[in-house]
Design a protein around this ligand. Structure first.
Ligand code: ADP
Ligand code: MG
Length: 238
């Protein structure tokens, strides 16, 4: 059974069709990257999977169950936002437990979950620190920690590194790769940066104007692009 499966997914904004029938099966633990030019529908597809946009047609299966009509909170997915907006006045422990606290979970359960997440993320030594006392990579881990306490099926990222300068971007790319190896959780990651896609992905989904042009490993897309668009986008000669 796939972790996440899309069947003939369409998204319409009024009478404009932005996602034009997408089929895709993502395995548990896979790192899948959506790439494609600006405006091709990457964010819309990710937001539709997350439930932040209504799915106009088709099915979205998460661990075998069609969630296309379910609200975001019922889907068990964690959307990690670009800015990692952590609460500056709270330490790492409280930042990570905040969602559970708001959901009214008992103190002992929050503490156990936060400790477990901190261990998985190697943040145990930083639980009493404020966000400003952490490196960029650690802050990103705290942001992910806030979701891990809810045991998500997958993490969804929309261009998490696009606002960073070039050297920090390379460092954070390395951090994300490491995190994926450690957690082995399914990740869907959107970027328009070919290098990011080639270095991070188990499989790349090349989108163009709301349809999938090709899906494959970075190597496969590089060596055997199906068409000129994929070849030009991935940067190999054909
Ligand atoms: P990408 O993330 O690949 O740059 P988007 O998914 O943001 O592309 O956008 C795909 C297309 O859908 C664009 O033409 C965009 O203008 C349109 N679009 C996105 N969101 C909305 C919306 N809420 N209402 C109408 N059109 C939208
Ligand atoms: Mg986008």
């Amino acid at each position: 059974m796939s972790s996440i499966e899309l069947r003939a997914v369409e998204k319409w904004f009024g009478d404009v069709q932005v996602i034009k029938g997408v089929d895709l099966a993502i395995e548990e633990g896979e790192f899948v990257i959506f790439v494609g030019p600006s405006g091709c529908g990457k964010s819309t597809l990710l937001r539709t999977i997350a439930g932040l946009e209504e799915c106009s047609r088709g099915e979205i299966l998460i661990e075998g169950k069609n969630v296309a009509s379910e609200p975001p909170a019922a889907r068990g997915l964690a959307m990690v936002f670009q800015s990692y907006a952590l609460y500056p006045h709270m330490n790492v422990r409280d930042n990570m437990g905040f969602g559970l606290k708001t959901a009214g979970k008992p103190k002992a359960e929050i503490e156990a979950k936060v400790n477990e997440a901190a261990a998985a993320l190697k943040l145990e030594a930083y639980l009493d620190r404020r966000p400003k006392e952490l490196s960029g990579g650690q802050r990103q881990r705290v942001a992910i920690g806030r979701s891990i306490v809810r045991d998500p099926t997958a993490f969804l990222f929309d261009e998490p590194l696009s606002n960073l300068d070039a050297s920090l971007r390379v460092e954070m790319r390395y951090e994300i790769a490491k995190l994926h190896r450690e957690l082995a959780t399914t990740m869907i990651y959107v970027t328009h940066d070919q290098v990011e896609a080639m270095t991070l992905a188990d499989r790349i989904v090349v989108l163009r104007d709301g349809i999938i042009e090709q899906v494959g490993t970075p190597r496969m897309l590089y060596e055997r692009p199906d068409n000129l668009f994929v070849a030009q986008f991935i940067g190999s000669p054909k």
